[in-house]
Design a protein around this ligand. Structure first.
Ligand SMILES: [Zn+2]
Length: 441
């Protein structure tokens, strides 16, 4: 079925355009007109149209612990990534399938309300709390898919392979029992996930897989299918990798796998100039998660000194906000380099606009989907209030103004006047689940 939208301003792959008509058939953009009258039967929209951005890295269940780990443990007087991970594991062990679905539903609704139209769920919570398999090995993946369908977000699922506790075949800890699989189970899981959503292959990290397993996983990747891995997020991980192999994580990966444009390296925070140049040359990309990396005290990826592609992930979902991710990304670079407007380019001197275009292209590369307001791409579009495009986008990103009005996914409006129609219901359900989990842990 066809429909058309008409905007005074829209951000196209070529930049801003005026009087833009967008024709949509079966959820895909079939035609785009510029500087022309509205197409027949077009619905004229107020404001400014932008392409939806894909959130390339989410662990939706972690939305449940947002705000619960922001304290220092009095007994140990330490607070770092690893103490955070202990708390996160406690929650991971306490959630049943209904909990997982309820939390994911709210997280996906919040993503839509913030302007993300697609999400890649990096999903490693597979098994029952005792580590036994559910009757359907993809029970929890199917709950993620149900949550995405309920919210109306475009889902890519990354069934995660996780086999060992650390480098050098360290046995997994009991608290990792819900993540663990062997290669046979993983292939069964992939087959079971196939009907649920678009899929990518996902070794959890170099810590969690052996070299032999990594090579088996790369053998499962289909032509054009992405492969995602956490890498070099923490200095302790870099040191452990050096002790194990004599090489740093990205260095090791590039020496032992065909790292090509299908790869998305999540974080890649602790990398040398050579490693970053190698990523850029390979055509692979990095998945940056600015709010999570700041919240966890990970470190800074020096984006000015990197020539390759990048995209944004909300990762731990400490906060779900496209604008806040873009703002944190740019601000961290400013603090690092003691300069301003790092992400602006010669072609796009308006920083928010340049960052938005890059994040949009990177998100699409990470999910291997078409993007942009252009024929053939999915009709994933967001609208901001305003009539001065660069200024409105900068107010949205840097000014914290709630300018987002409408969100369409595959041509269906999911957010109107800034609100998803299931948000209140999903929040109430989330609060009940959170209360229940807190009583249990
Ligand atoms: Zn992650």
């Amino acid at each position: 079925m066809g429909s058309s939208l008409f905007f005074r301003h829209a951000l196209l792959p070529t930049g801003w355009a005026e009087d833009v008509g967008i024709s949509i058939i079966d959820g895909l953009i079939s035609a785009v007109t510029t500087s022309a009258p509205p197409p027949p039967n077009a619905v004229t929209q107020p404001g400014i149209a932008l392409p939806g951005i894909a959130n390339l890295h989410s662990h939706s269940f972690q939305r449940a612990i947002s705000g619960l780990t922001e304290y220092r443990d009095a007994a140990t007087n330490t607070a770092n990534f690893w103490t955070w991970r202990d708390m996160m594991y406690r929650f991971a062990l306490a959630m049943d399938p209904d909990d997982v679905e309820a939390v994911a539903t709210l997280a996906f609704i919040e993503m839509l309300e913030s302007g993300f139209t697609s999400v890649l769920e990096f999903h490693y919570l597979h098994h029952a709390p005792d580590g036994g398999h559910y009757t359907n090995i993809a029970e929890l993946s199917s709950r993620i898919a149900a949550a995405a369908a309920g919210a109306g977000i475009d889902l890519t699922i990354a069934p995660v392979f996780y086999a060992q506790g650390d480098f050098a075949a360290a046995p997994p800890s009991p608290s990792q029992r819900r993540f663990i699989s062997d290669l046979d189970d993983y292939e069964t899981l992939l087959r079971a996930c196939e009907p649920l959503a678009r899929m990518v292959i996902a070794p959890h990290s170099l810590r969690a897989v052996t070299p032999e397993q990594l090579s088996a996983l790369t053998g499962l990747v289909r032509p054009g299918q992405p492969i995602h891995i956490h890498i070099a997020e923490q200095t302790a991980e870099v040191e452990a990798c050096l002790a194990w192999s004599g090489q740093r994580p990205v260095e090791w990966l590039r020496a032992h796998a065909d790292v090509n444009p299908q790869w998305c390296l999540i974080h890649a925070t602790h990398t040398t100039d050579d490693e970053r140049a190698g990523i850029a040359r390979s055509g692979a990309m990095v998945g940056l998660c600015p709010l999570t990396e700041a919240d966890l005290g990970d470190g800074i990826f020096p984006l000015r000194d990197y020539a390759g592609a990048w995209g944004l992930g909300s990762d731990s979902n400490i906060q779900i906000s496209l604008a806040a991710e873009l703002r944190m990304l740019e601000y961290v670079q400013r603090l690092h380099y003691r300069q301003r407007n790092i992400l602006a380019t010669t072609a796009l001197p308006a920083t928010a606009t340049a960052a938005y275009q890059a994040a949009c292209a990177g998100g699409a590369q990470a999910l291997a989907i078409n993007h942009g307001i252009t024929p053939g791409a999915p009709a994933n579009i967001i609208a901001l209030a305003g009539d001065a495009p660069d200024i409105a986008l900068a107010q949205f990103v840097f000014g914290g103004r709630q300018l987002l009005t409408d969100v369409w996914v595959h041509g269906t409006k999911r957010v109107a006047a800034g609100r998803h129609n299931l948000a209140a219901q999903a929040e109430a359900r989330f609060n009940r689940v959170l209360h229940k989990i807190l009583e249990r842990t």
